[in-house]
Structure formats: structure tokens, C-alpha cells
Design a protein around this ligand. Structure first.
Ligand SMILES: CC(C)(COP(=O)(O)OP(=O)(O)OC[C@H]1O[C@@H](n2cnc3c(N)ncnc32)[C@H](O)[C@@H]1OP(=O)(O)O)[C@@H](O)C(=O)NCCC(=O)NCCS
Length: 213
């Protein structure tokens, strides 16, 4: 399998909506992707997973070892009713709104079966690459106080807690942390992020990032 990042388009909406529902089951209303794709102050990216031409996914077996369960899960993805068998599909998405000098990440999610494989990090890298290209001064977002996994990801890219929004989430009145990387257009910050990206690419050989120009 290999993974690459590209801009989202209208044909991606149904797949992305599935990931959105998995990731944010209590969020209402859902993101109006069709409208958002026409919003000139927003950009959405997707990570596309492409299967190797000769990949053979073993038949499911009745035994229940961890490895076998994982194989069955992946097999189920490609050959179940909910997923047409095809050679590429979307495993994550990210949305950004641009204001004057800020890149505001509005949504980021990885397909459940593909979490912990570097997809979320790949999306965040894309956000930073675009923020650098657009000469934004900061990258910011809101995250649930309970969402330590996402917070770990953001801290890895120098985003720090700069404030709180009380009862920001309407489903359970949970507070949001505001996490921000400021002054990102300094040489120092740019180089710090490039080092992280290099480390990431060394670890994940099957990944193609956005063009860095
Ligand atoms: C948050 C989310 C996007 C992370 O995506 P992912 O593809 O699983 O993350 P990655 O595999 O790229 O991991 C990147 C980093 O995230 C953190 N992380 C990921 N999984 C973690 C876990 N189970 N426990 C703790 N930290 C974790 C780590 O810092 C990790 O870096 P490392 O590999 O050096 O440890 C994903 O969990 C998700 O879609 N969650 C539901 C939606 C959501 O909460 N979105 C965030 C809204 S603000």
C-alpha cells in the first residue's frame, strides 16, 4: 500500500463523509462539504491509499489471533458491502480555513481502521506545508480537552495550548483547548518542521507528501 495527499474534490465527498461520521459521531450538523469545496477561503485535503498491483489479501480464517483479526478487518474493508472493491480509496481528510494571517484547521480525521499508521501526521504536515506556502503566521485549532491522542499529535508539531473555549462542544458541553503554533514564518520554525518532516519520511517510506513549492 502507498499513501499520497491531494486536494479534495466533489467525487470524494461520500467517502469523506463516512470518515467524518466515524470520527465525529455526535457532531451535528455535518460539514457541508459541497459548499465548503467552493469556499475560496477554505481548503480540504485527503489522503489516498493505493493498493499494490499484486497485493493478495488472504481469505479470512476462523482463528482469532491479533494478526488474523487485522487481516480480516482489512479484507472486510476492500470486499464488504460498505466498500466497493477498488484499487484506491480515502483514509483521512483535513480542512483548513484561511483568515488574514492564520491557517485554522477546522477538521482532521483518519479512517478508523488506519489509525496509528501515520495518516494524521501526514495530514498535519500538509496543513503546515500549505500554511508556509500561503505565508500564514500561525496554525491553530480547537481540540476537546479529553482528546489526548489528537493533542499529542499537535504538540509533536510545536502547537501549544494558548487558551480554552468553555463548553465549546454542544453534544456534551465539553471545553475546547485552543492549540496554536505561532510565528511559523520564521526561518527557525520552518527548519524545525522540516526536520520533523524528514524524520517522518525516513520512517514512512511509502508516503508521498504535497509538493513543497
Ligand atoms: C487524531 C487522529 C486524526 C490521529 O490520527 P492517526 O492517523 O491515528 O495518527 P498518527 O498515526 O499519524 O499518529 C501521529 C501522532 O499522534 C499521536 N497518537 C496517535 N495515536 C495515539 C495513541 N493511540 N495514543 C497516544 N498518542 C497517539 C502520537 O503523538 C503520534 O506520533 P508518534 O507516532 O510519534 O507517537 C485520529 O485519532 C482520529 O481521526 N481521531 C478521531 C477524530 C479526531 O479526534 N480528530 C481530532 C479533532 S481535534
Amino acid at each position: 500500500m502507498n499513501f499520497s495527499v491531494r486536494l479534495m474534490n466533489n467525487n470524494d465527498i461520500s467517502e469523506v463523509a463516512i470518515i467524518e461520521r466515524q470520527a465525529f459521531p455526535t457532531m451535528w450538523p455535518p460539514i457541508p462539504f459541497k459548499r465548503e469545496l467552493g469556499n475560496k477561503f477554505a481548503e480540504y485535503f485527503v489522503i489516498v491509499c493505493k493498493l499494490d498491483e499484486h497485493l493478495v489479501i488472504p481469505e479470512p480464517q476462523p482463528n482469532t489471533s491479533f494478526l488474523q483479526k487485522s487481516v480480516n478487518k482489512i479484507r472486510g474493508l476492500f470486499f464488504s458491502d460498505k466498500f466497493d472493491a477498488k484499487d484506491s480509496f480515502i483514509v483521512g481528510y483535513l480542512g483548513i480555513w484561511y483568515t488574514l494571517d492564520e491557517a485554522h484547521i477546522t477538521s482532521i480525521a483518519t479512517r478508523e481502521e488506519f489509525r496509528g499508521m501515520g495518516i494524521g501526521e501526514m495530514l498535519l504536515i500538509a496543513a503546515f506545508q500549505r500554511a508556509f506556502q500561503r505565508k500564514s503566521n500561525s496554525v491553530t485549532l480547537e481540540v476537546r480537552v479529553s482528546n489526548e491522542i489528537a493533542q499529542n499529535l499537535y504538540s509533536k508539531y510545536e502547537m501549544i495550548e494558548v487558551g480554552k473555549r468553555k463548553r465549546y462542544y454542544s453534544d456534551n458541553q465539553e471545553d475546547a483547548l485552543i492549540m496554536t503554533a505561532d510565528d511559523i514564518n520564521t526561518d527557525d520554525f520552518y527548519h524545525q518542521i522540516q526536520i520533523k518532516i524528514k524524520k517522518y519520511l525516513d520512517k514512512h517510506q511509502n508516503i508521498t507528501l504535497l509538493d513543497d513549492k
